[in-house]
Ligand binder design. Structure first.
Ligand SMILES: [Zn+2]
Length: 268
């Protein structure tokens, strides 16, 4: 009997393995996730009609937006000629509605005088999110930047003081004022700035368009231009900018695409 179960289990695993793609990606992807694939370094990858950067040893990464459609289509053009299409199903995520009230009105409807500053702040972050470096820290397994109560999830529809707003672009962690934030992945600090809405803000580049954002910090520890290793202290938790209490707003990006920081750590 045991043997029969063993054989059945073996067959199921084999079928599963066969159904998996040879890119090394899971056979189902998640909205808001990012996925590393490996190909022959001489092959070319196209995703959404755009060439994707491939490292010298054949690694590449793609990111899926929060409302990404049902299937990711990845095209690999082989150096030897011909191409392979990968159609990988994408699991839909059920986002919640999150109501936040009691925010000072100067943050919900910023006065005209600060709108220019908000636009400049946003442009600074947008600019560093386009950085397309050869760093490969994105291949590493992530650790928590700080542990604490999850006070806001990625992609939730937000209602601020009764007004509907765009979805939440990060994962909020609330361990308390002053808690140490560490780099969840190694990389290069590409921005440290004091912003109107997001307060003391930092962006770290992890390579191939994968970057992370840390907002509302009490203070930044790592400096702009600094290389950080996974686990290095980068700042402390605070409530600078538009925040109702001390928390870290942690965001991940693949270039301009906002990702769900928690997916790689099993929090969605
Ligand atoms: Zn947040």
């Amino acid at each position: 009997m045991k043997l029969i179960f063993g054989v059945i289990a073996f067959l199921i695993t084999s079928i599963h393995a066969y159904a998996d793609n040879d890119l090394g990606m899971p056979d189902t992807l998640k909205q808001g996730g990012y996925y590393v694939g490996k190909i022959n370094p001489k092959d070319k990858v196209t995703f959404h009609g755009k060439r994707v950067k491939v490292s010298e040893d054949g690694y590449f990464v793609i990111g899926l937006g929060w409302k990404y459609k049902s299937q990711a289509n990845i095209r690999v053009d082989h150096m030897a000629g011909g191409h392979t299409m990968y159609h990988i199903p994408v699991k839909e995520h059920d986002y919640d509605v999150e109501e936040i009230s009691g925010l000072p009105s100067k943050y919900v409807a910023p006065p005209k005088a600060v709108q220019e500053r908000i636009a400049k702040d946003a442009a600074d972050v947008r600019r560093v999110r386009t950085i397309d470096s050869d760093l490969q820290n994105f291949r590493d397994d992530m650790i928590w930047p700080v542990k604490g109560r999850i006070s806001g999830r990625f992609g939730n529809h937000r209602i601020l003081n009764g007004e509907p707003r765009s979805p939440h672009t990060g994962l909020d962690i609330a361990p308390g004022q002053g808690a140490l934030i560490v780099a969840p992945l190694g990389g290069k600090v590409t921005l440290v700035s004091d912003q109107y809405l997001t307060g003391n803000t930092m962006v770290i580049d992890h390579g191939h368009g994968i970057s992370s954002v840390y907002a509302h910090m009490e203070k930044a520890i790592a400096k702009e231009g600094q290389m950080v290793a996974k686990g290095d202290p980068i700042g402390t938790v605070g409530m600078s900018g538009r925040a109702t209490g001390p928390h870290l707003h942690w965001g991940m990006n693949w270039y301009g695409e906002r990702l769900n920081a928690g997916i790689a750590l099993g929090i969605e």
